[in-house]
Ligand binder design. Structure first.
Ligand SMILES: [Zn+2]
Length: 342
């Protein structure tokens, strides 16, 4: 191609037209090669300027170079436009309408077995006029032990059983701290339940380092052990069966006097003996007793005038029995396959 100002202008115009018409990145690459490649039209013009006179050669050379730059610019603009178009097409094809109904029906969850048992227990006691009290899970030694008649050297304070934290506090090993906090500064009569999490060093199919307890206590004048048994019988009937049988075995707790362990007759074998009740016909349910006069006094309540009863039981064990779950650890591992069966 002969070198010349007219030729260069025409070349540039043609290039721009073809670039604008390039419908794909591939076509654009081809157009670019035709004009700017080693054997392209612009290179051809530049090769031709060797024959020109000195001043003209410099001028045409300059024009050819600026034409080259402009074409290069138009090519990159076109490339960006083509890439944008391609991206929009891809996004359009992959567009997701999140307002459309799902292909699968959403699965409804349900409450955790422990929560269900808890709610059931709380419902019973509130219907009997007990109110609900809560206390801290990190508790002072005074509220967890001393005020409950558990002196410094008592085995319950052993670090084998209790998780101690910095500053002389401990993760509460029972919900009885709530008893102390609630009774202190209050004048009887009153009745409360304290449901919550407690912590002990233990791990086996029947024990977990964190578990749930519910504790109840009532203080009034002329309260007797018979009142305690009456409340627990009604509770057992509500929670398990109208045919429930309870058994009270004398025991010792530092914070009650007299104290008893209570069992209920195994409902599965009707006390004939089975795997669930270890062939004894009875299942341990919890501890109870009359609140120790010293504990009342620790809370500023006159033990000569008032008496009270207290009881406490594990909630998780009830959930295991009610839903036929063989291992307490299954309750807290969050395995949906287990929880869905409940
Ligand atoms: Zn049994």
């Amino acid at each position: 191609m002969p070198a010349g100002v007219d030729n260069l202008e025409r070349l540039e115009e043609e290039a721009c037209r073809e670039i604008a018409a390039a419908a794909s990145l591939q076509a654009l690459t081809e157009v670019r090669a035709r004009y700017l490649g080693k054997k392209g039209s612009v290179a051809e013009v530049l090769r031709g300027i060797g024959d020109l006179a000195g001043d003209q050669r410099a001028r045409i050379g300059q024009l050819a170079n600026s034409a080259k730059r402009r074409i290069e610019m138009v090519v990159s603009e076109r490339r960006r436009a083509l890439e944008r178009g391609q991206r929009d097409r891809t996004l359009g094809a992959e567009r997701l309408d999140i307002t459309l109904p799902g292909a699968e029906e959403p699965r409804a969850g349900h409450l955790h077995p422990v929560t269900r048992v808890f709610r059931d227990m709380v419902e019973f006691f509130t219907s009997m006029g007990f109110s609900i009290e809560e206390g801290p899970e990190v508790e002072t030694e005074y509220h967890s032990f001393e005020a409950l008649n558990i002196p410094k050297l008592h085995p319950a304070r052993d670090e084998q059983d209790t998780f101690y934290v910095e500053g002389g506090n401990a993760l509460r090993p029972h919900t009885s701290n709530v008893q102390i906090r609630t009774m202190t500064g209050r004048t009887p009569p009153f009745r409360f339940i304290a449901p919550g999490r407690v912590y002990r060093h233990d791990l086996s199919p029947r024990h977990y380092p964190m578990f749930h307890q519910i504790e109840g206590f009532l203080v009034d004048e002329r309260v007797t052990f018979a009142d305690l048994k009456g409340v627990l019988h009604a509770f057992g009937r509500h929670l398990m069966s109208d045919d429930i049988e309870l058994r009270f075995r004398a025991n010792h707790f530092p914070f009650t006097e007299p104290s008893a362990e209570m069992d209920y007759g195994c409902l599965l074998c009707e006390r004939k003996g089975c795997g669930i009740c270890s062939n004894s016909g009875w299942i341990e349910w919890g501890g109870c007793g009359m609140i120790h006069p010293q504990v009342l006094e620790n809370c500023g309540i006159d033990p000569d005038r008032y008496q009270g009863f207290a009881f406490g039981m594990g909630v998780d064990r009830t959930a295991l029995l009610r839903y036929g779950i063989p291992d307490i650890r299954l309750l807290f591992e969050g395995d949906l396959r287990v929880l869905e069966q409940v």
